[in-house]
Design a binder for this molecule. Structure first.
Ligand SMILES: CC(C)(COP(=O)(O)OP(=O)(O)OC[C@H]1O[C@@H](n2cnc3c(N)ncnc32)[C@H](O)[C@@H]1OP(=O)(O)O)[C@@H](O)C(=O)NCCC(=O)NCCS
Length: 199
């Protein structure tokens, strides 16, 4: 059975993952949610106004009262700058399986931050939350997402044709990836824990 701790702070070599705050909304808008280069790889369209982002961040913050809500702001350890988000969602109590999602602002792509955040969240999910399986999918036109899943140890399980229709009304094939807890723990027996102030 899995255990939930909400959204504990996580520290990696270069990142701090923390809860979002209402005051983050403008930065979230500026750094990724208003940017089509990011939203083209997500289901929802880019935000046109910061009020859409305020609404979204307000909803995220209100959901932290649930222990089963795992939604991290990704910040740079050195500067505190907010660069992206990563979350565990769709928890299925019957299987202890869930999904992972992530996005980074364009200027921080291809510097290893996505892989670093994903590895940390897999560690929390498997070693601390006792999840059974973590899955994700990416549209096949977004190979960087598949690459970070591979680097974090997730395996591609297949491709679903026309799995999503994006905000521009285009159907996209998606590659499905997953990793089982037993495989993760075997391969990462000596991984360091990343949670700060973990209870
Ligand atoms: C997906 C995303 C989080 C990756 O984060 P990131 O910090 O750039 O990832 P990393 O730097 O850790 O790794 C990126 C890898 O993809 C590779 N890559 C980047 N663009 C690529 C491309 N067009 N084709 C193939 N590989 C590519 C990089 O070379 C790197 O692999 P390497 O380390 O072997 O060289 C980021 O691109 C993003 O936010 N994209 C928009 C939102 C999104 O796609 N969310 C996920 C939806 S499924």
């Amino acid at each position: 059975m899995s255990t939930y701790f909400g959204t504990p702070p996580i520290e990696t070599d270069r990142l701090i993952l923390r809860k979002f705050e209402l005051s983050d909304a403008q930065t979230v808008f500026d750094h990724w949610l208003s940017d089509e280069r990011v939203s083209d790889n997500r289901i929802s369209p880019a935000h046109q106004t910061v009020s859409e982002t305020i609404e979204r961040v307000t909803k995220i913050v209100s959901e932290y009262k649930s222990e089963e809500f795992c939604y991290w702001a990704i910040t740079l350890k050195e500067s505190g700058e907010l660069i992206g988000e990563i979350d565990l969602y769709d928890f299925d109590q019957a299987t202890d399986n869930c999904q992972v999602g992530y996005s980074l602002g364009f200027q921080w792509w291809n510097q290893g931050y996505g892989t670093e955040a994903l590895r940390a969240v897999l560690e929390i999910g498997f070693r601390h939350m006792n999840l059974h399986k973590i899955s994700a999918s990416h549209n096949t036109g977004n190979p960087a997402s598949g690459r970070i899943m591979s680097k974090a140890g997730m395996l591609q399980e297949g491709i679903i044709r026309d799995m999503i229709r994006n905000a521009k009304n285009q159907y996209k094939d998606c590659a499905i990836y997953g990793i089982l807890q037993e495989d993760y723990l075997k391969k990462n027996a000596n991984a360091q824990t990343y949670i700060l102030n973990f209870i």
